[in-house]
Design a protein around this ligand. Sequence first.
Ligand code: NDP
Length: 313
Amino acid sequence: MSDQKIENVIIIGSGPAGLTSAIYSSRARLEPLMIEGEEAGGQLMITTEVENYPGFDHGITGPELIAIMRKQAERFGTRFITRNVTKVDFSSRPFKVWIGNDLHQAKTVIISTGASAKLLGLPSEKQYMSRGVSACATCDGAFFRNVEVAVVGGGDTAMEEANFLTRFASKVYLMHRSENFRASKIMLDRARKNPKIEFVMNTTVEEVLGDGKSVNALKLKNTKTNEVFEKPIQGLFIAIGHQPNTKLFNGMLDMNEAGYLKTKPGTTYTNIEGVFAAGDVQDPIYRQAITAAGTGCMAAIDSERWLEANEAH
Ligand code: NDP
């Protein structure tokens, strides 16, 4: 089925980047169509307390923050489709975006499909997510004051998160499945010099243990001896990398080697004029709700100015 209407802007993805784009685009009377996905809201939906988003002095939960942003976008006329995009074609204009057999066409597209933290794949990890298990030390570190926590991973993210967590936790165990680190030497050395960090090498997390409400230990396995043992801890931070959600755009948009969309520095322009990218899908470094919202605003302004310059609306 083809929807004959050609939209000014289709926004794909509904985290803080997409919703901020929607607020700006709809206020500019561009009547954006947001395809929000079946798991709308992005990573904030699995974050309990957000204490560092400006404007909420007492903090706010991730799902509440998303609900407010969505209402704000709706107020100015954003239309939402709660399904997943299955295919796109940006090779000719208007751009084409499919949801199954339904075709939607647009003069500009804002991509804000985000990134997902890689997880270990344990059922217990899911069970305790936001109740002791986290994939973001910046977001959740402050909830672990004076307790012992663990970080899993051997890259720069793991080193950075472990160092950051020593501001709060009484002790941080850095658990890595081998003895070879992907982390840069400087980050590794910094973590090694930190007296609150203890390295636990050749170790995998087999299970997260708790009382159903919060985490109290990890079941671990030594990969060399196969010995299984338990370690009491109150928090587990998974820092084994992020995966940008860019599969849909393979071969169409320029990406870096990790799959993040490339944007022209200082803008949200991708390599295809009229297609913009905002939020974590193009940001391997900051990955914060506020930076995502900031680039979402940029994308809306870039798209509006592009439409104006091209007299396309
Ligand atoms: P990386 O891919 O560099 O490292 C991932 C780590 O997680 C590896 O040690 C890997 O182990 C381990 N790992 C992966 N999957 C599993 C699993 N299933 N179980 C246990 N361990 C697992 O990701 P990062 O997020 O650390 O870094 C991504 C990029 O961002 C890098 O380029 C990094 O330099 C950059 N970055 C830079 C920072 C800075 O400069 N300030 C801060 C943070 C990130 P193994 O090696 O065995 O595969």
